[in-house]
Design a binder for this molecule. Structure first.
Ligand code: ADP
Ligand code: MG
Length: 316
């Protein structure tokens, strides 16, 4: 069993690399950061509990990777670049093999989002991981409340794979398992969208629910054209008849959902193309409140799993 201080020194201190803006990292009572006056600090936190936010059998590497990425994803949705992270870790015991793997997953995720770990807290108890993410941006942040009538709605990637991973068929599907356990925070996309989009959110609870948050915050409605909703390749219809439902209401995708005013669409599209990043147009913001899914024949479609009133166009 490792002592608390050895544990921090051995597994987490190496993740606190020098970086611009960090005056002091781990080791004192608090980290010190320098935020220039022309930058805005974005801060967010999320907790992951074993059995609730990830299956008990998830590897420690994947747990750490995902915990970091879901927090980075919240920054991305604001248009902020991830810079610093804090980790409050509650562990049933201090197993060095487990900790090694956990620290490796964390290191991989930190490298992917080009950020460092600057501090945290370590306690004993049932496994729980709380991460705090700090990012910066210049100019205006992307809010949920900025969508305007006439804006077009986009997503930064294909949907449904992570939700599929939790189904009996998806448990055997490698691509689906990767989507569930190794989500990618779309922070590069967020940085571009910060310049062009009128609103954004990350898709953590499913497209329908998260778009619902944007519509509510913006006081508008939306039409989503089902034929345009990009469905993850691992979700082909023959293995998964529910693919559309999963893409619309499954969670854990961590793509960004955003709205763009028509005059910004071409600039955003070409910036995405230049970086080789995907941007799928899926619908339009309309005045009439509520979220309408439109089939190819023009009929309305109500996903089974969505019992929420505000998803019903008829208000029933
Ligand atoms: P204190 O008792 O003053 O809160 P701690 O013993 O909790 O100090 O932490 C000592 C140092 O190690 C601090 O800089 C803290 O941020 C860091 N630290 C503790 N646990 C972790 C962790 N799980 N991950 C990263 N840094 C940690
Ligand atoms: Mg402490």
């Amino acid at each position: 069993m490792l002592q608390e201080f050895d544990l921090i020194e051995r597994h987490f201190k190496p993740l606190c690399k020098d970086n611009p803006g960090m005056i002091l990292g781990m080791g004192d009572d608090a980290a010190l950061l320098n935020i220039p006056p022309n930058e805005t600090l974005a801060i967010s936190t999320d907790t992951l509990i074993a059995g609730t936010h990830f299956p008990f059998e998830t590897s420690p590497e994947d747990i750490a990777y995902k915990a970091l990425m879901v927090n980075a994803s919240d920054l991305a949705a604001m248009g902020a670049a991830p810079r610093w992270f804090l980790l409050a870790l509650t562990l049933p015991d201090s197993n060095p093999v487990w900790l090694n793997a956990f620290a490796k997953g964390l290191a991989d995720a930190l490298e992917s989002v080009q950020a460092v770990l600057i501090g945290g807290d370590t306690t004993k108890g049932p496994l729980s991981i709380t991460i705090q993410a700090l990012g910066t941006l210049q100019g205006k942040a992307l809010l949920r409340s900025g969508a305007k009538v006439g804006d077009l709605i986009f997503v930064t990637g294909k949907l449904g794979a992570a939700a599929f991973a939790l189904t009996p068929e998806g448990k055997q599907n490698a691509a689906a398992q990767t989507a569930l356990n190794r989500p990618q925070a779309r922070w590069r996309q967020g940085k571009i969208l910060q310049r062009f989009a009128s609103s954004a959110i990350d898709v953590s609870d499913g497209l329908a629910q998260d778009l619902g948050h944007v519509l509510k915050a913006s006081g508008v409605g939306a039409q989503i054209f089902l034929k345009d909703v990009p469905i993850a390749e691992c979700l082909t219809n023959d293995i998964c008849p529910d693919s559309l439902e999963l893409a619309l209401s499954g969670g854990d995708d961590y793509e960004l959902l955003c709205t763009l005013s028509p005059e910004n669409v071409e600039s955003a599209k070409s910036a995405f193309l230049k970086e080789n990043m995907a941007l799928f147009q899926i619908g339009t913001i309309v005045e009439k409140q509520g979220l309408n899914f439109i089939k190819e024949n023009g009929e309305h479609f109500l996903p089974d799993k969505l019992g929420y009133d505000h998803f019903r166009s008829d208000g029933k």
